[in-house]
Write a protein that binds this ligand. Structure first.
Ligand SMILES: [Zn+2]
Length: 252
């Protein structure tokens, strides 16, 4: 099983990372995409990946990091990617939830990271919050040249189908297991298993039965279980297919 989105370098894990890693091993989680999103975390992802071989680091600039100096932020990222092995660009994207102060800058920074992913032939990890239409318009503008994943997808099934047509994977996380989560369940039901990925986004968004607590990669199994239940497949089958999807996308 693969957790395709995790931030294990977070402060939340400073006291018991080894325990968390052991729980991953005990639960059959073999690979983890360790997602950077800023100057510091891109470096931490590298550092951790040198120490533990099952971490696969990425690098990107998250929309919440974006400001007036977005061009400098991008150039710094570009240089970082020249000098470090990464398995994806991101997470990046658009987030209008807390602030739209740098909306235009966010869009520009996102487009630049899309172009970089195409240029480097790397997948992109996309974060989109309260920005469904703008995110989709940008992805669509690349005419299917972009490959990647809509991480912790929170949009409609209809929009998910449009993303799949453009060659994107749809990744579901903890919210799939929440009792009141109707749309993620529709997405899990309506999107072909060959286009789905599973993730935790730990330390955030812990699945049931740990909702509200700190999330960790070993909990990705609860997402897998819920997906299996919804699709009427065995856990082994969902594990095998989503693992293959992740191996293919991230080339790991
Ligand atoms: Zn994340």
């Amino acid at each position: 099983m693969i957790d395709t989105h995790c931030h294990f370098f977070d402060e939340e894990f400073k006291d018991d990372l080894e325990d968390c890693i052991n729980r991953c091993k005990e639960n059959g989680i073999e690979k983890i995409i360790l997602v950077g999103f800023s100057y510091d975390t891109n470096r931490k992802a590298q550092e951790y990946s040198k120490k533990y071989s099952f971490f696969y680091p990425t690098a990107g600039v998250h929309p919440e990091e974006c400001n007036k100096e977005y061009l400098e932020q991008f150039n710094e990222l570009k240089e970082f990617i020249e000098n470090n092995k990464v398995y994806a660009i991101g997470e990046c994207g658009l987030d209008y939830h807390w602030s739209v102060e740098f909306k235009e800058e966010q869009k520009e920074l996102f487009k630049l990271q899309c172009e970089l992913a195409i240029e480097k032939n790397l997948p992109i990890i996309i974060h989109s919050r309260d920005a469904n239409q703008d995110t989709f318009d940008i992805v669509k503008s690349f005419n299917g040249k972009l490959k990647g994943v809509m991480h912790c997808y929170g949009g409609s099934l209809e929009l998910a189908k449009e993303y799949v047509k453009l060659g994107m994977y749809i990744s579901l996380g903890g919210p799939l297991t929440f009792k009141n989560a109707k749309e993620p369940k529709r997405v899990a039901e309506g999107i072909d298993i060959n286009n789905l990925l599973i993730e935790t986004d730990s330390p955030f968004l812990a699945p049931d039965p740990y909702r509200g607590k700190r999330n960790e990669s070993s909990y990705v199994r609860f997402v897998c279980q819920k997906m299996a239940e919804i699709k009427g497949l065995s856990v082994e089958e969902v594990d095998k297919i989503t693992t293959n999807n992740a191996v293919k996308l991230f080339n790991i």
